[in-house]
Design a protein around this ligand. Structure first.
Ligand SMILES: [Zn+2]
Length: 303
């Protein structure tokens, strides 16, 4: 990894909604100045924390009538997009202060991000959701490789066993996000860290429920919406579009109030998603929370 530029990333550890909203307001003029140029030029020059190279980060063409999603774009030649670089930069900042997070899991395995995570966490266990007929912990040959299946609602990991639990853009696809976060809480050791992203829409006071499971039956409240899924060409159904009540889900799952780790770093190709609609706009945020309980006396605040 090139240490010249990657060590000083712009991660801000924000302890409250108010602090986050102040940071958004402070950075909004810079985002508004830079992002239209990136879209017009179909990319930007930047440093990639994944491969350690500086180069052109390509913004793919947008479908007619659609908007350019910079969060899933700004692709490096190594395959990482903006969101994946955001994750690595923020994880590096966490690992710089928390050095004993070796016993870690992440709920993805076949993505370009996974090998970069494993460079940092050699014991990292990855998994994918391979369908309701699989049992958590099963290893299934998928797309030519052995892939572990885990459901975020009922994992195979032991209680109080993990230093770090990570999931990236999974929570919006789970029928019961609070139960999923409670499962993360169960498997973390006291003092262990939850570290996750989802498309978090700061313009939404309350989350939008698009679909739900009622007595085992899928019910759509709104037009079905799908996101890309690396192990299923049909995509993954979106159950929830998270808004600010996400912070309440985290505490309802047993965690103390989360820290919002904001990594807006245009030099490294990390900006907002550039959505022109207030209820679809998202900043590069990672939600971070530390499980309380013996033997750790008190969670340390991230500053
Ligand atoms: Zn790269």
């Amino acid at each position: 990894m090139n240490t010249e530029q990657s060590v000083h990333s712009a991660v801000r550890w924000l302890a409250s909604r108010e602090a986050a909203e102040c940071a958004f307001a402070e950075l909004a003029p810079e985002a508004a100045r830079l992002e239209p140029t990136i879209i017009a030029q179909h990319g930007a020059d930047g440093f990639c924390v994944g491969c350690g190279k500086r180069g052109w980060l390509t913004q793919p063409d947008t479908a007619p009538g659609d908007w350019a999603n910079l969060r899933e774009g700004l692709l490096c030649r190594c395959g990482l997009n903006s969101r994946m670089r955001q994750i690595l930069l923020t994880l590096d900042a966490l690992l710089a202060r928390e050095r004993s997070l070796s016993n870690a899991v992440v709920f993805e395995q076949v993505t370009p991000l996974f090998p970069r995570l494993r460079e940092r966490l050699p014991q990292l266990i990855g998994s994918e959701f391979l369908g309701p007929s699989c049992r958590s912990g099963d290893v299934v040959n998928t797309m030519g490789q052995a892939v572990r299946h885990e459901s975020l609602l009922a994992t195979s990991y032991a209680s109080d066993s993990l230093d770090l639990v990570m999931h990236f853009d999974v929570l919006e696809h789970v029928p019961d996000p609070v139960a999923a976060l409670a499962e993360c809480h169960r498997i973390l050791r006291p003092g262990g860290w939850l570290f996750f992203t989802c498309p978090f829409y700061e313009g939404l006071e309350r989350s939008i429920v698009r679909a739900r499971m009622l007595d085992g039956q899928l019910q759509h409240d709104l037009e079905p919406c799908f996101h890309g899924n690396p192990v299923d060409g049909d995509g993954a159904l979106v159950f929830t579009q998270p808004g600010w009540d996400l912070l309440e889900w985290i505490t309802a799952a047993g965690f103390p109030p989360a820290t919002l780790a904001l990594c807006f770093d245009p030099e490294q190709g990390v900006v907002t998603n550039a959505c022109p609609y207030a209820d679809g706009h998202t900043w590069p945020i990672i939600f971070v929370a530390q499980k309380v309980g013996a033997p750790v006396a008190k969670p340390r605040a991230l500053r």
